[in-house]
Design a protein around this ligand. Structure first.
Ligand SMILES: Nc1ncnc2c1ncn2[C@@H]1O[C@H](COP(=O)(O)OP(=O)(O)O)[C@@H](O)[C@H]1O
Ligand SMILES: [Mg+2]
Length: 252
C-alpha cells in the first residue's frame, strides 16, 4: 500500500509541458521532499496532487484509491490536507478563533446548532495550537503573528481535519533560520501515521527532514531516492548548475 501515488501525470500551459509525465510513489509514514530548480514544475505537480488543478492526463491515487477526478475538498475528506505557499488568514480573528473555525468545519459545521459540542472543539483547537508550538499565542490576532508563526498556524489548520497525508508547498519560504528550525522540529514531531510530502527550496530543511527525495527538472522526474542518492547524483548536479543552489546541495 502506498500513501500517495501518481502515474503519467501531465499538465501543460499552452505549449509548455509544466508537468510532463510524472510518476511518484510516497510510502506510508514517509517524509518525502520534492525539489528542483525554479520552473521545474514543483508547484504545478503539487496542485495536481491536491486537486487544485486538473491534470491533462495521468492518475492520482490516495491510499490505493483513484482520486484523479475528485475535487480538492473531496480529497481532503479522504485524508489529504495541505498548506499553501502563501499563508492567508482572516484579519479579524485571533489564532485560536482561526483554528476553532477549521476544527468546526471538520466537525461538519454544525457547531452553531450544537452548543454542547463547543467546549470539546475549543479543547481540540487548543491542543492543535499546542502541537504546532503556538501555545500561549491563541489570543493574538492572526495578522499580528510573525511570518513563522503564521506558517505554524497554517500547519494547525491543515491538521484540524486529522489528515493521513499532509502536503506542504514551500513551508519554510521567507522564514528566518530560527523559524525554519522550529518548523523542522514541529514537522519532525508529527506522528508517523501522518505521511508528509513537501515541496521545498531550502535544502537544509530538505536534508534535515526528508527520508525520500524526488528531483524534478523540466517537468520530469530526474531522480527519486534517498537524500544520499540525490547528493551523489551527477545528473542532479548538472540540473542545478548555474542556479546558485548547487553549492548548498553538494558541499554541505
Ligand atoms: N498558470 C500558469 N500559466 C502559465 N504557465 C505556468 C502557470 N503555472 C506555472 N507555469 C509555468 O510552468 C512551469 C513550472 O512552474 P512551477 O510549477 O511553478 O515550477 P516550480 O514550482 O518548480 O518553480 C514554469 O515555466 C511556469 O512559468
Ligand atoms: Mg513553486
Amino acid at each position: 500500500m502506498t500513501a500517495l501515488r501518481c502515474t503519467g501525470l501531465r499538465r501543460s500551459f499552452g505549449a509548455l509541458a509544466a508537468v510532463d509525465g510524472v510518476d511518484l510513489t510516497v510510502a506510508p509514514g514517509a517524509r518525502h521532499a520534492v525539489i528542483g530548480p525554479n520552473g521545474a514544475g514543483k508547484s504545478t505537480l503539487f496542485t495536481l496532487l491536491t486537486g487544485t488543478t486538473r491534470a491533462d492526463a495521468g492518475v492520482v491515487e490516495l491510499a490505493g484509491r483513484d482520486v484523479t477526478r475528485l475535487s480538492e475538498v473531496a480529497r481532503c475528506r479522504r485524508g489529504m490536507s495541505q498548506t499553501m505557499q502563501h499563508a492567508s488568514v482572516f484579519a479579524s480573528l485571533t489564532a485560536a478563533e482561526t483554528v476553532l473555525l477549521a476544527v468546526q468545519r471538520h466537525d461538519g459545521g454544525r457547531t452553531g446548532l450544537l452548543p454542547r459540542r463547543r467546549p470539546a472543539l475549543r479543547a481540540r483547537a487548543e491542543e492543535l495550537l499546542d502541537e504546532v508550538g503556538l501555545a500561549g499565542r491563541g489570543d493574538v490576532l492572526a495578522p499580528a503573528l510573525s511570518h513563522g508563526e503564521r506558517k505554524q498556524l497554517e500547519v494547525a489548520l491543515a491538521l484540524a481535519c486529522r489528515p493521513s497525508l499532509l502536503l506542504l508547498d514551500e513551508p519554510a519560504a521567507g522564514m528566518s533560520p530560527a523559524e525554519s528550525a522550529r518548523l523542522v522540529a514541529l514537522l519532525s514531531a508529527l506522528p508517523r501515521e501522518i505521511t508528509v510530502l513537501f515541496v521545498e527550496h531550502d535544502l537544509d530543511l530538505v536534508f534535515a527532514l526528508a527520508d525520500a527525495v524526488t528531483v524534478l527538472h523540466l517537468g520530469r522526474v530526474l531522480l527519486s531516492g534517498t537524500p544520499g542518492d540525490v547528493r551523489a547524483s551527477e545528473a542532479v548536479r548538472e540540473a542545478y548548475l548555474g542556479t546558485g543552489r548547487r553549492e548548498e546541495l553538494f558541499e554541505a
